[in-house]
Design a protein around this ligand. Structure first.
Ligand SMILES: Nc1ncnc2c1ncn2[C@@H]1O[C@H](COP(=O)(O)OP(=O)(O)OP(=O)(O)O)[C@@H](O)[C@H]1O
Length: 267
């Protein structure tokens, strides 16, 4: 479903992605770990052409993303979920979810918000999938942060994507709500065969929810394996501070940072 080879991206002198290789199968839930600045968001943004990668191969559901002239076709297949859910506060949960259908509608219908009965039925189904069927007609600004993030997930599902790119979707939620949100996302991914690439900072959530974990350090993949195979030495490799642009080894994190990481909290 996702096939990435030797992907690079630099901003001026800053080589942010330095030859990323990554594959993800249909329905696979892949968590990307890495400390702040490792390149996680940039990787996701390259995948739906929010930013243009410099070189390498990037195929997504058969589309050559690097060469793709029709970003609309790409964006129909790829949904994004952000840390800040970007739901529209004055709209109901249902109407927010329906906005996920806009990309699949004609320009006129989308401008007039003329949703078909099947779009409305799908939106209800997506809300039910995240446990919010009973909130369909409530305004988004009457929902809790966790519920709003679930509306964001339902909106992404309403797009009927092949891939969901989730950039720190639980960063602003408490631990209980975070687990609930990740559970809904993983269940939807499994049930619907949607590939999810999810950036996280929490090692314990990655271990609990991912099928596979990809660890980035300084724009390079330093771990790629089953969630259950993530050992402490791999965590140390992921969170080791790079020594500089041309480093090969990097500097080990201080003991306190190692303790934080090993306890599964934010690195
Ligand atoms: N638009 C931009 N222009 C210039 N530099 C950028 C831009 N976007 C990101 N960067 C740089 O790219 C590097 C990687 O950023 P990125 O946001 O991908 O990291 P990240 O791993 O997602 O970090 P975080 O966990 O803090 O979100 C950083 O050094 C950042 O300053």
């Amino acid at each position: 479903m996702i096939h990435v080879r030797q992907l690079t991206k630099r901003y001026g002198d800053n080589a942010v992605l330095r030859g990323i290789d990554l594959d993800a199968a249909a329905g696979e839930f892949v968590v990307v770990l890495g400390e702040s600045g490792a390149g996680k968001s940039t990787l996701l943004r390259c995948m739906n052409r929010l930013v243009a990668a410099d070189s390498g191969q990037l195929r997504l559901d058969g589309i050559d993303v690097m060469q793709c002239g029709d970003t609309r076709a790409l964006r129909r297949r790829v949904a994004m979920i952000f840390q800040h859910h970007h739901v529209v506060p004055r709209l109901t949960a249902l109407k927010n979810v329906l906005t996920g259908r806009l990309g699949a509608m004609s320009t006129l219908a989308s401008v007039l918000h003329c949703f078909r009965d099947e779009d409305v039925a799908l939106a209800h189904e997506c809300l039910a999938r995240v446990g919010l069927a009973h909130k369909a007609h409530e305004r988004a600004d009457a929902l809790s942060g966790g519920q709003m993030q679930r509306v964001g997930i339902a909106r992404a599902l309403a797009q009927q994507p092949r891939v969901i790119l989730a950039d720190e979707p639980v960063a602003s939620l408490d631990p209980h709500t975070s687990r609930k949100v990740l559970q809904y996302l993983r269940d939807a991914s499994r049930d619907l065969g949607i590939t999810v690439l999810c950036n996280l900072h929490q090692v314990d959530y990655a271990r609990a929810f991912a099928d596979r974990i990809v660890g980035l350090n300084g724009g390079r993949v330093v771990f790629d394996g089953a969630a259950g195979s993530l050992c402490q030495s791999a965590v140390d490799r992921i969170y080791r501070h790079p020594a500089g642009p041309a480093d090969a080894g990097g500097i080990a994190p201080p003991p306190a940072a190692r303790l934080v990481v090993s306890s599964g909290a934010r690195a």
